[in-house]
Design a protein around this ligand. Structure first.
Ligand SMILES: [Zn+2]
Length: 136
């Protein structure tokens, strides 16, 4: 079972090829993300007093992050391309799934305890998330 922050599943038909990341841009984003994101996960996990197994970073069109029931945190490398508070929200969200594998009230309370203004990030992802994912 996985709990995810999915990207919108509306079909991307923008066809804006000029806006796509080039292979070398994407390679650099991945390298950067594999250095930065696991550090941030470690930092927020300590703040939240939550344990996890591993962090996996991928370039994927389908989701921003997920948490497996084995305790692995999966993050989209494009989180390096969003504002810091949005990046933090996705990590906090996935870490919160280590305590609640659902989106119950208790789950959202864990997120809100760490990040009271998390809804700002939810709104940002709804508004801008697809335009970044579509660059893959
Ligand atoms: Zn979730």
């Amino acid at each position: 079972m996985q709990q995810d922050i999915n990207a919108s599943d509306k079909k991307s038909d923008s066809g804006n090829v000029e806006n796509k990341f080039t292979a070398s841009e994407l390679a650099n984003i991945l390298i950067d993300a594999k250095i930065k994101l696991p550090r941030l996960v470690s930092h927020y996990a300590k703040e939240m007093d939550i344990e996890y197994e591993n962090v996996f970073i991928k370039a994927q069109k389908t989701r921003w992050g997920s948490c497996s029931d084995r305790g692995n945190i999966n993050l989209n490398c494009l989180l390096t391309q969003v504002p810091p508070y949005v990046r933090r929200y996705v990590i906090v969200h996935e870490l919160a799934h280590r305590k609640e594998m659902n989106h119950s009230e208790r789950f959202w309370k864990i997120v809100a305890d760490e990040m009271p203004d998390y809804q700002k990030s939810v709104r940002w992802l709804k508004k801008h998330g697809d335009s970044i994912i579509d660059r893959l």
